[in-house]
Write a protein that binds this ligand. Structure first.
Ligand SMILES: [Cu+2]
Length: 255
């Protein structure tokens, strides 16, 4: 559970006291998760609170942004454009998918110093876009230090389906890992209380978890694991690093 601090402090504090459960999520959201005829996809990279739709946190230039296709990574940092949201920096990029197969887009953001929690946050985030609806390659690993490996094909999920994945660290499952789940609430859904804003699961003894998505739209799964190496806070003290393994999946309604 996160109690974030923000640049516009006073406003943020009153907001967060009202909604302490909202967690930070690194979003990487494509214009479409399946491109039936291939073509261009646009991605929005925003560090925010998905269910509440904000406040948006400032992103420093990412450490790595790229796409994994057929086992090959392509660096896309040169394709990034700035897409400021109010006081906070966010990014966007457009990429052409002209061949069939899954493209796993990923970001390693710069470490984010969170004074309210006394730690750095690094959310390694990814999303699968399937070009020409191939059904191939969606289970490829980016090779992040911490990563959710999907057991469900992320690009073929109905609303109400289970999404199942394995939380890994250094390629090995993380037993009983904690997973925070948020929905990009573009439908104005009211949460009965804060526990419904960020839903929390634990993986089983094999690092596996499942979640049934009740609404149509984008769902973020964030497995949070403490990093092995502390970092230096701005005041010179050693502080822990929260490493998040994030995957975004889209649930589609029957209509
Ligand atoms: Cu925040």
């Amino acid at each position: 559970m996160s109690v974030p601090a923000h640049p516009f402090a006073a406003l943020a504090v009153s907001f967060m006291l009202a909604a302490p459960a909202a967690a930070h999520f690194q979003q990487i959201i494509p214009s479409a998760d399946v491109l039936p005829d291939g073509g261009e996809v646009t991605l929005d990279l925003v560090f925010t609170h998905p269910f509440d739709g904000g406040p948006v946190m400032d992103m420093a230039p990412p450490v790595a942004v790229g796409v994994l296709k057929r086992g090959e990574k392509t660096d896309l940092t040169g394709a990034l454009s700035e897409a400021r949201q109010g006081d906070a920096m966010a990014y966007g990029l457009t990429h052409d998918l002209n061949e069939p197969g899954a493209a796993v887009f990923y970001i390693e953001p710069a470490p984010y110093w969170e004074p309210a929690e006394g730690k750095y946050i690094i959310h390694y985030a990814k999303v699968v876009v399937d070009s020409f609806a191939s059904g191939e390659g969606w289970d490829e690993s980016v090779g992040f230090p911490v990563e959710i490996l999907p057991l469900s094909q992320p690009t073929g999920l109905w609303t109400g389906n289970l999404f199942t994945g394995i939380v890994t660290k250094g390629g090995a499952p993380v037993p009983f890992a904690e997973i925070e789940i948020e929905f990009i609430n573009d439908q104005g859904i009211e949460a009965p209380n804060d526990a419904y804003i960020t839903q929390v699961l634990k993986a089983d003894a094999n690092g596996t978890f499942s979640y049934a998505m009740p609404f149509s739209g984008w769902w973020g799964f964030a497995a949070l694991v403490e990093g092995d190496t502390p970092m230096m806070a701005p005041d010179g003290t050693e502080v822990p690093v929260e490493e998040g393994a994030l995957i975004w999946v889209n649930a589609k309604p029957a209509e």
